[in-house]
Design a protein around this ligand. Structure first.
Ligand code: ATP
Ligand code: LTN
Length: 326
């Protein structure tokens, strides 16, 4: 089985990214041949600083290895190192409609936040479809916010296959049962993200323990006193329960029973401590890896070589079927 996921090289990664992304990558790599791509070409679709892109690409590589991706087993690489991605995106643009792209809620949300809305931001899902389809991917582990993009990828694959003959495997998105939509601790109606929302409610994977402790202490809760999972009336507590479940490995019902009768204060303190404990070993490995830039570049070089070999046959088939003289 082939597994593929992409991660944006931008900003610091959050507890949401850990829950919907990193956590799944490490477990899915056991199930087959896995590819994890630092999507640096996606990072330029919103205004970016060149120096920050270099830094965040290397930091993200360090974070992927720190969260247990094994370079012997999985292919971890940067998208821009494998030219097939940019080429596939151009070819697939011809089987994607303007109407489909205009309906993407990710585009609608992001374009409202930008002064300059680039053509790249609009075409972003086509590049993503190419990422996935080039590798004959069966499953795509992602958070819930990527569902619409994965569905579009399936439509693009089917359309290409029916126009030009069977070329692509039609991939399936895999979303975690719990923690696929971690919310901002200050605004539990909004996803936790570094690109929007109150930064005090965004827990970063590299935050110092004291910072994490404070963010959980000040997390907004709901009226009432019960620690119960019920997202409609209790969005804040439900979010904290999901976070606790991710951090402790215990199910939400088990946690509800454990905190029956306890106050919100005690619960929030415990969630903070559980997250600190979860991130401590990751942070330690991250710092070691990040300090050895030569090694990170070497590992990315190895990943790129494997990714080039794995994607080349699909790109060749695409050109052939579409009628290009080769
Ligand atoms: P940005 O923070 O730059 O807006 P992003 O977090 O959406 O970007 P990635 O870093 O590429 O983008 O996301 C990696 C994975 O994390 C994706 O699979 C995405 O679905 C998941 N993810 C992002 N935010 C959350 C969240 N709040 N809860 C659960 N999963 C999330
Ligand atoms: N769009 C995704 C990042 C991404 C991706 C991919 C995820 C780019 N290419 C391929 C899965 C598979 C995001 O914004 N998180």
């Amino acid at each position: 089985m082939r597994i593929f996921s992409g991660i944006r090289a931008s900003g610091d990664k959050t507890l949401g990214n850990y829950s919907g992304g990193f956590r799944q990558y490490a477990t899915t790599q056991e199930q087959g041949e896995a590819f994890f791509c630092i999507v640096d070409l996606h990072s330029i679709t919103t205004t970016h600083e060149p120096e920050a892109l270099r830094e965040s690409t290397l930091s993200l590589a360090a974070m992927l290895f720190a969260t247990n991706l094994d370079p012997e087993r999985s292919t971890v690489f940067a998208q821009s190192h494998v030219r097939a991605h940019a080429e596939a995106a151009w070819l697939l643009g011809s089987v994607t409609s303007f109407g489909e792209l205009r309906r993407m809620t990710h585009f609608k949300d992001r374009s409202e936040q930008q002064e300059f809305v680039s053509a790249g931001l609009f075409a972003y899902p086509v590049l993503m479809a190419g990422d996935i389809l080039l590798y004959g991917t069966d499953i795509v582990p992602v958070g819930d916010d990527q569902r619409q993009h994965v569905e579009l990828t399936r439509d693009i694959a089917e359309r290409f296959n029916s126009r030009y003959g069977e070329t692509f495997v039609v991939p399936r998105g895999v979303y975690p049962e719990e923690g696929a939509r971690i919310k901002n601790l200050q605004e539990p109606e909004r996803l936790m993200s570094t690109s929007a929302g109150n930064p005090q409610g965004v827990v970063r994977m590299i935050d110092e323990p004291d910072v994490i402790r404070k963010k959980f202490k000040t997390a907004v809760t709901d009226s009432g006193r019960e620690v119960r999972h019920d997202p409609e009336p209790k969005p804040g507590i439900s979010n904290l329960l999901e976070i606790m479940s991710v951090a402790s490995g215990k199910s939400v019902p088990v946690l509800e029973a454990r905190y029956d009768g306890a106050g919100y204060g005690e619960f929030k303190t415990d969630v903070g401590e559980a997250v600190i404990e979860l991130f401590a070993p990751i942070q330690e490995r991250y710092r070691e890896l990040r300090a050895d830039e030569g090694e990170l570049r070497r590992l990315l070089g190895l990943g790129a070589e494997k990714a080039r070999q794995a994607s080349a046959p699909t790109l060749t088939a695409m050109y052939d079927r579409m009628g290009f003289v080769r």
